[in-house]
Design a protein around this ligand. Sequence first.
Ligand code: TXA
Ligand code: MG
Length: 347
Amino acid sequence: MNESAPHPRLVPIDDPEARASALALLAAGELVALPTETVYGLACDATNAEAVARLFAAKGRPATNPLICHLAELEAARRVGVLDARAERLAAAFWPGPLTLVVPKREPSPLAPAVTAGRNTVALRVPDAAFLRALARDLGRPIAAPSANRSGRVSATTAAAVVAELGARVPLVVDGGPARIGIESTIVGLFDATPRLLRPGGLPAEAIEAVLGEPLAAGEDAPEVAADGGPNDATGTGPARAAQLSPGRLASHYAPRARLRLDVRDVRPGEALLAFGPRLPEGTENAVARINLSPAGDLAEAAAALFEALRTLDASGAEAIAVAPIPATGLGIAIRDRLTRAAAPRG
Ligand code: TXA
Ligand code: MG
């Protein structure tokens, strides 16, 4: 931590200075945390190797885990990646929005090599966040932005959560209020003949499949597996392949301090409760703390509330968090995915 600057500077997104300050920092190779429609991102100039190194260090992120490049528009995406007909269709349907496409990297690439962690593919997203798109346009370069949390922890959906995660590791945090969607983008791999769902997220897979006209293969649980090649290498087996296809998708992620118990029907002594919908589990009255993600049972409302609820319940000091059943449909798939990772044993 930088002793002389124990806190980052917080600027409201509608402050007339916000854009100029953020742009000046990015142009100087510094980091800026800012809101997107999914979660807050920790942004830097994706073509500046020093800035990218600073970003990996601030997150404590393994160098093997590549970053998403955010672009102002489709045209800019075509300059860093090779978009085939499928990618063009999805981009036309869902950009700007919560969809990330992993496509072959265009060579020669303007990107700092660390952005793609030595891969021959690149993750691209044109976000619905006007502020971030405007910055990418002003900077004239792709902006690398992972979620603005320390590696392996719960993503930040508010400026306060960013400050709690990163503190003075980031000089400027742009405050745009709570993120609208609240869960990270859906990642689709389009680097070979098989379209793959590499990460469920804010855009339900059903909507993507409808536009593609074919089902998405499960990116992580694909039966054929890479040895040590890039994601285009389909020769290995098991979890190694999963890690190859989607390197950031370690089983244990989004880790709160408290243990999580999923799909509960009852709350045990000492537990906090993360509820969903009108029906409450038995023993609800004994919960040491409780939050209902959506009393009406609305999955979009639940996704928007998820990460902040995990932070709050974790801070309650409960040793465990009991999580009510959440339906495995639409956005529920992404919510369940994050909860399963938060519940995974940590080594
Ligand atoms: O909604 C989002 O996607 C947010 C906002 C800030 O845009 N960003 C985000 O970034 O979630 P991050 O770094 O937390 O997650 C990006 C994921 C990682 O799991 C990473 O492994 C994967 O994208 N990824 C990046 N490049 C890839 C590639 N070439 N092949 C496969 N996976 C890739
Ligand atoms: Mg992340």
